[in-house]
Unconditional design. Structure first.
Lengths: 128, 1020
């Protein structure tokens, strides 16, 4: 019985430890919401023929030169970055919005990488 | 015998001579000069009342043989201080028998030689020749008894007659006068012959007349009674005559010959001429009539008839006093023959000249007027001249025929007033003319004029020789008939007609157009052809014009034209363009070259442009005004036309358009500001359209200063949009786009439809049925906008067998390889299978849809840029769709069977879905299907996933009831792999569930759904 109590105590301590870990992890989420520096998003990024431009006001545009589209003809979107979740809401010219959600994998001064839930991986480098 | 006769003759002559000598000796002894001189002086004093002087008197026998004469040497008679007579020799033959028997001295013959005679009448009318003493003094009757003149001769004597009362002076120089006859009392009967080396007549009574002649011969046979009344035959021949009246010389160095019976009364200073023949130079005429002094009017009254032979006109003109002609003939050259028959009547004095009326016959005359382009030849005329030198000289043209330029025959009659001043013509003329010969009257632009003209003219005009000929002064009505006319204008444009009639009137009194009408031309022809060597050819038939122009002669004024017109037919061919107009008629006015008005009403009108256009209208009505503005390049801006156009039953075929454009009615009012489509019906292919409304801003559009704006209402029973879009493709597009399109066509690539640029059209549309691609829609109503390269269909409601629909769409063409297409399409009460049939692309976006059957509601918004070949630029593709349905049936398919098998569905599962509601986004080539719940029989599953437009799938079906199990479906559509795993969603998946992930999804779905449904119009 004592062993059982001891075993239960161990389990409770373990549970408490797990809870603590979980809590701490939660505290980390709370106090380090910006896993990536959104300021690094600003600027022109390129991946092959696909270009994306972000500004810190939360707007941007994208164009693909392989389709004979110029920067002046680019299509606009708004974007948000919540932790590693990058949401692009693409604006239709006739009205309407198309949301796209990605998970940011890497962001620094020269590299932007994100993927979607279907395993599509996008890697951009910063245009000078 | 002969000898005896000769001896006898000699003896007889010798005897006579001896007797004569003996008689002479006797006379000389009896009538010695001294005795005779004494006797003559005594008798002279007895009979004469004037001074008489004589050197001596002597008998003469030889000078007066066989009579005895008295020869008075150096005799002088003086009347007062003036010498009446002086004679070197004055011989009087005495009837010796009367002297011997009755002691009477009767003078039979009288001869005066080497003398002078001065006969004078003083200012009071007292003559100096009344030198015989009156009866109280030993009367003159006594003298008369002693004078019985049978012969008077004057030799080498100057004779002067000076009547100062009448202011007449006559002189004969070195005159030889022979007068034979009888002298009884104051009567003289006999013959008179006068020859003088010179003669003069000066009269200053009424008008200063100065006549002089050279060698002069006068014959007279008749009597002179009372030294006053002359009756006889007179002949005169005066060489080198000179006649001056006042300061005007009428005759100079012309020979004059006269023969006539005359009756003269010297007291009255009257003269009667009968059977007179006068020859002035080579010109002869007969004369008869009276000339007499008109003391009451202080002149000479003349009433003389004359007629001439045929005179040479130039001779006559040379003889006509310059005072009469003035400078009338300065610019006229004339020759030919002229004959006169007329009368000179009236008073002649300083103030007046008698009227001359005359019939003038011209034969073979030729006239050329300087400055007038034509000369006239072979003139035969009968004219009546009324020459009033105090007023004006008029001429009546009784008949005149003439030829000009050898082959043009003219006939004329009428009057010419003021012949020697500014002539006024009132003429009726007709002629057959060759137009070429009158080319001088044509503007110089007409380089060739051929044809014949039969012309009848009634004209009044003035011709001032000082100023020349001017149409300004002409009034005329002309009936003209032109045949075989061929006129070349500027060497490039020819006008020809076989027959044309014209009636010209100018100046006209009618003013129908208020354009200062001057000329009226009524023109008719059955056939007129106008050809330009390089540009056009026109054929007109059945022409009738009633045209007016302003004064064509005034080069300072712009041309104005007003005309009514009617034609049977008009054909114009210009380059590849041909125009045919049937029965056009109406009115045309050119107020000036910059302001035009046209009324047109016609039957069939056809315009063809090579194989590119064929336009036919059964009727065309047009009322148009246009004003020209400088500084504009576009003809529409240059002329600013204001038009009302009405067409009936138009059928137009354009090469680039497959179908005819048919318009039963086409009524349009056009101004540079707006074009009002009042009643326009169009049939094009299968389309049947009625349009009305206004198009504005045309002028600004043409100046590139604004858009062409239109507010139109379009209603149609049927509209084939495929055909119509082909027609308006590229209208007004920028050159860059057109160039690109042309290049594509050159590469045999189909160019895309280019939305018209520069226009802002708003068209309220009501269409019963329309065909788009292969889909037919009905009951279409909505707005269509075309705005500067953008085509918008706004909230267009439509129906078909599959659904009720609302479509908002936009298509624009910023550049040829970057076309924008966006649409917002709502389909209500649609049958899913029909939806896929109607829009096959739905299967691409939502491939699982083909697994369902039933009614649904579908909202689909998408936009993308397209390549010039309409290929989608997937990188630009954005879209969202929402579909909801109830009571759907899941179709039995291989995919469904696989899913059923993997998810362990009961074989007896009923394949019906109570409801379905899902949202889909399209981004580039990714189609994301947001999780939605599907309930089939006792099974509930959440379906979500993605497929790419390359038809690779990554879907998950999470069965959440009755058991939780997941099924991933991945791979290509034809090689799908099914992998069983855990369910992704909780058993209680529901719209109200607010898990973190679900909440985010719902938020996104809501965004999509709201944006999709916001544009759906309410049912009303």
């Amino acid at each position: 019985m004592k062993a059982a109590k001891l075993k239960r105590g161990v389990l409770l301590k373990a549970a408490a430890c797990v809870a603590a870990v979980v809590f701490l992890c939660g505290c980390d989420t709370t106090f380090n919401r910006d896993k990536f520096d959104r300021n690094l998003m600003a600027g022109r990024w390129v991946s092959g023929t696909v270009h994306e431009y972000y500004d810190l006001a939360g707007t941007g545009y994208t164009w693909d030169t392989s389709d004979d589209v110029t920067e002046e003809e680019a299509q606009h979107f708004t974007w948000t970055l919540e932790r590693e979740t990058l949401t692009q809401i693409h604006q239709m010219e006739m009205g309407g919005s198309i949301p796209k959600t990605y998970t940011l994998k890497k962001l620094n001064a020269s590299v932007l990488e994100y993927s979607d839930n279907y395993g599509n991986y996008h890697s951009f480098t910063k245009e000078r | 015998m002969k000898k005896a006769l000769k001896i006898a003759a000699i003896a007889l002559v010798s005897a006579v001579v001896i007797v004569a000598i003996a008689f002479s000796v006797l006379c000389f002894n009896i009538f010695s000069p001294a005795k005779l001189t004494n006797a003559v002086n005594k008798n002279a004093a007895r009979f004469l009342a004037c001074d008489f002087g004589m050197e001596r008197a002597e008998l003469t026998f030889f000078k007066t043989f066989p009579k005895v004469g008295i020869d008075l040497k150096n005799t002088t008679l003086k009347s007062g201080a003036d010498t009446l007579l002086h004679a070197g020799s004055l011989v009087a033959a005495v009837n010796i028998r009367e002297y011997l028997r009755n002691n009477k001295v009767i003078v039979n013959d009288f001869m005066l030689s080497d003398g002078t005679v001065n006969i004078m009448v003083d200012e009071d009318g007292n003559p100096n020749y009344n030198i015989l003493k009156t009866s109280g003094d030993d009367t003159s009757s006594t003298l008369i008894e002693y004078v019985d003149l049978q012969s008077v001769k004057v030799k080498n004597t100057d004779i002067r007659y000076d009547n100062r009362k009448s202011d007449i002076l006559c002189r004969l120089q070195s005159a030889d006068i022979s007068l034979s006859g009888s002298f009884h009392e104051d009567n003289i009967a006999g013959d008179l012959a006068v020859e003088a080396s010179g003669a003069a007549f000066v009269s200053g009574d009424s008008a200063k007349i100065d006549f002089a002649g050279g060698k002069t011969r006068l014959d007279y046979s008749g009597e002179l009674r009372n030294f006053n009344l002359l009756n006889g035959k007179v002949g005169a021949d005066v060489k080198e005559c000179f006649l001056k009246v006042d300061t005007m010389v009428y005759v100079d160095s012309i020979d004059l010959a006269i023969a006539s019976e005359v009756n003269a009364d010297f007291n009255k200073w009257s003269l009667r001429i009968d059977g007179g023949n006068v020859r002035v130079g080579e010109c002869a005429m007969t004369v008869e009539g009276n000339v007499e002094n008109d003391g009451l009017r202080n002149g000479t009254g003349i009433d003389v008839n004359f007629s001439t032979e045929k005179w040479d006109i130039q001779d006559v003109l040379q003889k006509i006093p310059a005072a009469l002609i003035g400078n009338a003939l300065d610019n006229i050259s004339v020759d030919g023959e002229i004959g006169l028959r007329g009368n000179v009547k009236g008073l002649y004095n300083k103030e007046s000249f008698p009227d001359i009326t005359s019939d003038i016959s011209l034969g073979g005359a030729n006239i050329m007027i300087s400055g007038f382009p034509l000369s006239f030849e072979n003139i035969d005329a009968l004219l009546a001249l009324d020459m009033d030198t105090d007023g004006q000289t008029d001429m009546a043209v009784k008949s005149l025929t003439a030829t000009t330029k050898k082959r043009n025959r003219l006939n004329m009659s009428g009057t010419i007033k003021n012949l020697f001043g500014k002539m006024l013509f009132d003429i009726v003329a007709n002629g057959n003319l060759h137009i070429r010969d009158f080319s001088e009257f044509m503007p110089s632009d007409f380089t060739k004029c051929d044809g014949l003209a039969a012309i009848y003219i009634e004209t009044d005009f003035a011709y001032d020789p000082k100023k020349g000929f001017s149409l300004d002064d002409v009034a005329a009505t002309a009936d003209c008939k032109f045949t075989d006319v061929n006129i070349l204008y500027h060497d490039t444009t020819s006008v020809s007609t076989p027959l044309l009639t014209a009636k010209l009137t100018f100046p006209t009194k009618e003013k129908p157009y208020k354009i200062d009408e001057w000329l009226n031309a009524k023109i008719s022809t059955e056939h007129l052809k106008v050809d330009n060597l390089t540009d056009f050819s026109t054929t007109l038939t059945g022409i009738n014009l009633d045209a007016y122009t302003n004064d064509l002669t005034d080069s300072t004024k712009e041309l104005k034209i007003g005309t009514t017109y009617s034609l049977s037919d008009m054909r114009l061919d210009m380059d590849t363009v041909s125009v045919r107009l049937a029965s056009p008629k109406g009115k045309f006015v050119m107020y000036d070259p910059d302001n035009l008005m046209l009324d047109y009403k016609g039957e069939t009108a056809r315009i063809k442009r090579g194989g590119k256009m064929d336009f036919v209208s059964d009727a065309l009505d047009l009322h148009a005004r246009a004003s020209y503005k400088d500084g504009e390049d576009n003809p529409l801006l240059q002329w600013s036309p204001v038009m009302k156009i009405s067409l009936k039953n138009v059928d137009a075929k354009l090469a680039d358009i497959e179908h005819h454009i048919v318009s039963p009615t086409f009524d349009v009012d056009f101004t540079p500001e707006k074009c009002e489509l009042k009643n326009v019906n169009l049939r094009f292919g299968g389309s049947d359209v009625h349009i009305n409304g206004q198009i504005k801003g045309i002028e600004a559009y043409l100046k590139d200063a604004g858009l062409l704006k239109g507010e139109l209402a379009l209603s149609a029973n049927y509209l084939n949009l495929n055909e119509i879009l082909d027609v308006i493709d590229g209208f007004g597009a920028p050159d860059s786009l057109v160039g690109e399109a042309t290049e594509m066509e050159n590469r045999k690539e189909p160019a895309p439809f280019i939305v018209p640029f520069g226009v802002d059209l708003n068209m309220k549309t009501t269409v019963k049925a329309a065909l788009v691609e292969d889909v037919e829609f009905r009951n279409i109503a909505g707005q269509v906008y075309i705005k500067d390269g953008i085509l918008v269909l706004e909230e267009m409601g439509l129906t078909n067998d599959a659904a009720k629909m609302q479509l908002t769409a936009m298509y624009k063409t910023p550049r040829l390889n970057h076309l924008f297409l966006g649409f917002d399409f709502h389909l209500l009460d649609i049958k899913i299978d029909k939806l896929i049939e109607m829009i096959p692309d739905v299967d691409t976006v939502l491939p699982m849809l083909k697994s369902f059957s039933g009614d649904a509601e579908f909202h689909f918004a998408a936009e993308t840029y397209l390549k010039s070949n309409y290929d989608i630029k997937f990188s630009t593709l954005r879209g969202a769709a929402a579909i909801s349905g109830k009571d759907l049936v899941v179709l039995d398919s291989e995919t469904y069977r696989n899913i059923s098998k993997k998810l362990l569905f009961n074989k007896n599962t009923e394949n019906r879905i109570d409801s379905l509601s899902t949202e889909i986004t399209i981004f580039k080539n990714e189609v994301d299907v947001y999780p939605f719940l599907v309930s089939i029989d006792k099974y509930s599953a959440v379906v979500s996933g993605r497929h790419n437009l390359d038809m690779t799938y990554d879907y998950n079906i999470s069965l959440i009831r009755p058991v939780r199990i997941g099924l991933d479906i991945i791979g290509m559509s034809d090689r799908l792999k099914y992998k069983v795993g855990k369910a992704k969603y909780a058993q209680d998946f529901a719209p109200g569930k607010k898990g973190a992930v679900e909440s985010s999804v719902r938020e996104l779905k809501s965004m999509i759904s709201k944006s999709l449904r916001s544009n759906v119009k309410s049912a009303d």
